[in-house]
Design a binder for this molecule. Sequence first.
Ligand code: UDP
Length: 381
Amino acid sequence: MTIHTRPCAAFLSHSAALSGAELLIARVAAACTRTTPVVVLGEHGPLEGVLADRGVPCAVVELDRSVQQHTVGTTSGVVAKTAATLRSTRELARALRRLGVDVVVTHSAKAHVYGGLTGRIAGIPVVAHVHDVVGTAGSSRANALLLRAALAALPRAVIANSQTTAASLGRSARRASVIGCPTVVPDVVPPRTGTTPTIGMVGRLTPWKGQDVALRAFAAARTAGLDPAARLRLVGAAHFGDDEQFAAALRHLADALGVAEVVDFRGHRDDVVAEIAACDLVVHASTRPEPFGQVVVEAMALGRPVVAADAGGPAEVVTDGEDGVLVPPGDVGSLAAAMTRLMADREARARLADNGRRSVVRYALPHVVGMIEDVLLATAR
Ligand code: UDP
């Protein structure tokens, strides 16, 4: 067993994709100062490269395929999945003991279940760091019940990334510590690169992120007086399940709306700062309540004005008209009006951006990681 001078925290995720929660693990683990982090993934994937670049140790304990699968399905499927979960927990418990782990931090819905069970089996306390609103459209009622029960029974402490997420946790809602997602707030705003008027949107391509809403709003803004030279920059790729189909549908939609020539599909970019630096305005258009919405805070930290959907995390972060603009989720007309108005008003953009930078200091990386480590240290054995 490895002996550590500082308590060892194992951050667990079933997924090694590059979506927000996984990137947050890399950001937090690399900034820990009072714990020794190790990331334990349930599969191989691109996150391993990001962790290696940041000098964060990583181990992969591959989960049985049936644990990785999304749906539970039939009764025999449930039995098979339960058996596979128990097999996975035994292997994981051995790995956690070998690594000398003092606290397990579970970061994904599946990890809350198999990691929570493993912590119990191995006698290692667990913190569930919840990044998703439980019980949203897209997850079944049975999954939501199972997850809420697991969160009530297994972890010793719970962190939720927003009030919205905390409120969705059932019995665990009241004991959850609400800690927003950390972001790097640079001392100096990155200078604007390029000269083309640009509206940006950053986020993985998936229907509820609302890239279709942004495309429609952009097309409507063009007919309502937006500078015809303005471009829409969509940063992000499909990472999960059927999202490739949505990505293809977005390109067809851009064609159908007659804006394909002025829309840039940038795909997944590792350097999001450079992408945001090329934008005059950053929009967020999720059609269901975003658990936190790291992209909104990132744009604010980089001194770019934001327009965000008025629900979930962004509605907790942004004060409408002060440090950003909020529009009803899915409302193409309101988003188009905000695009048109703000792209024509440099002073309004500068005022929102300045105020935004000031507000997001509360999410600065060292400060937030300090709060997370407080919870981990209070829980570690
Ligand atoms: N991101 C990235 N490259 C991209 C698109 C997104 O690195 O091409 C990052 C983005 O900067 C943010 C995260 O992915 O840190 C997305 O987090 P968010 O909470 O906004 O959404 P999630 O994916 O968790 O639903």
